[in-house]
Design a protein around this ligand. Structure first.
Ligand code: GLU
Length: 466
């Protein structure tokens, strides 16, 4: 049997981290078993679904690299199929038309509540003939007896008595099919073998199983993933900070860091923290998914991000960094090789946004000095060392770190001072006080012209203070 999983988002907002984790687990499960991963857009809620949100979901999945093998399928294109299934249920007497008024249903609800009963439809229309030409809904005739039992791959055996389930509306009075009906028709048509989704859907599962059986369709396996909580213990939402996947891209996270973070959010393999995509595919298993909720921890995500910035191929990091340089108005093609800048700077930042910020000085003169650094390094006593080192640097035949290093050393010797007396003001003069690697490398990357210009600027700046 080929494993077929799906991700079935409702396009009513961006792709959030909870959805991305569901997509990742479904994707991993399919990849691990050589199966297929299908994308289905559940856009039947015409008021809340938007094309922008569909794009945001597609964009988020593409950025994460969660490629789907089939789809995207849109539920709004499949109304004929849903109606066919509803008609079949009506013919078999497993569904019925109901024209109970809002008022009646409201009254029923109030009476049940007053008697401390769970509010549910009382089945009045089960045996009535309702004119199909008049306004009505269609309800599924849920079995009265028995218990629905299923083996959840995360939660274990789940049992729900049919007596607790309602006669669900499967077609609204405007003719549109409802969620539980569309999901079962699609899961069956698309040959889904494993439904992996958030546990907010766990109450729907027994209803969906009853519908599948009524339609003589195969029942897939289910795996319900635990909730993701914010640091205050409530369900993760906007008020806990960024929850949109694309926000993490804008904030300078690497997709592999977010994927690694998400895979660990509810799943573990011993105490291993770092997983390449290949390792995830190899090691991931639904049986190791936690049953209890997981807490989103931004610090840990930052730690992982820094890890991937440091360990990934620098050319890959440079490609991802480039648009963040662009955000600062910098075209990395107009300066030192961005790959070398990444190698030089990447240990000093946790995100690409930060990396771009501390690397801007390689490409353009900074606006102002970092205050503390300037105060410490750009003092009147620094003028002489700056002049001396400038002379030597301007006379260099080639602008390579070895020669630059020798020029600085020679200046230190000539003035008979400690290295810092030359190095400190020179570094601040050239970088403005931004974090930077070895001085000779920094200068090589900044280039001769900019280095000399900035030394002059620092000397002038000190002159103004005096
Ligand atoms: N469309 C549903 C949602 O976005 C998911 C349905 C499912 O996975 O069965 O919550």
């Amino acid at each position: 049997m080929t494993i077929r999983t799906r991700f079935a988002p409702s396009p009513t907002g961006y792709l959030h981290v909870g959805g991305a984790r569901t997509a990742l687990y479904s994707w991993l499960y399919a990849r691990k078993h050589g199966g297929k991963f299908i994308l289905r857009i559940e856009d039947t809620d015409l008021e809340r679904s938007t094309p922008e949100s569909v794009n945001a979901i597609l964009e988020g999945m593409a950025w994460l690299g969660l490629e789907y093998d089939e789809g995207p399928f849109y539920q709004t294109h499949r109304f004929d199929r849903y109606n066919e299934a509803i008609e079949r249920l009506l013919e078999k007497g497993l569904a019925y038309r109901c024209d109970c008024s809002k008022e009646r249903l409201e009254k029923l609800r109030e009476e049940q509540m007053a008697k401390k009963l769970k509010p549910r439809y009382d089945g009045r229309c089960r045996c009535r003939e309702v004119d199909p030409g008049k306004p009505h809904v269609v309800r599924f005739r849920n079995p009265d007896e028995g218990t629905v039992v299923f083996q959840d791959l995360v939660r274990g055996t789940i049992r729900v008595r049919n007596a607790e389930l309602d006669d669900l509306i499967i077609r609204r009075s405007d003719g549109s099919p409802t969620y539980n009906l569309t999901v079962v028709v699609d899961d069956a048509d698309m040959g889904i073998t494993h439904v992996i989704r958030g546990d907010d859907h766990i109450n729907n599962t027994p209803r969906q199983i009853n519908l599948l059986r009524a339609l003589d369709l195969p029942v897939p396996q289910y795996a319900h993933l635990p909730m993701i909580l914010g640091d205050d213990g409530s369900r993760l939402s906007k008020r806990h900070g960024a929850v949109s996947v694309m926000q993490y891209m804008h904030d300078g996270f690497l997709p592999e860091a977010l994927l690694n973070y998400l895979v660990r959010l509810g799943w573990s393999h011993g105490d291993q923290e770092i997983f390449s995509l290949d390792e995830m595919v190899e090691l991931f298993d639904l049986s190791e998914v936690n049953r209890s909720p997981s807490t989103f921890n931004r610090e840990k995500l930052l730690w992982l991000n820094q890890h991937y910035m440091k360990e990934s191929d620098p050319a890959h990091v440079a490609r991802l960094l480039s648009p963040h340089m662009g955000e600062l108005g910098i075209d990395p093609a107009q300066g030192p090789d961005l790959v070398r800048v990444v190698e030089a700077q990447r240990e000093r930042a946790q995100t690409l946004v930060e990396l771009a910020r501390i690397s801007a000085f390689y490409y353009r003169d900074f606006e102002r000095y970092e205050e503390k650094a300037a105060k410490r390094a750009l003092k009147p006593a620094a003028v002489e060392p700056l002049r001396a080192v400038r002379d030597r640097l301007s006379a260099l035949e080639s602008w390579r770190r070895e020669e630059i290093h020798a020029a600085i050393e020679a200046t230190v010797k000539e003035l008979d001072v400690g290295f810092g007396k030359v190095g400190m003001p020179l570094r601040v003069a050239v970088t403005g006080g931004a974090p930077s690697p070895d001085l000779d490398l920094t200068l090589e990357l900044v280039g001769r012209e900019a280095t000399l210009r900035r030394i002059d600027r620092a000397i002038e700046q000190i002159g103004q203070q005096a």
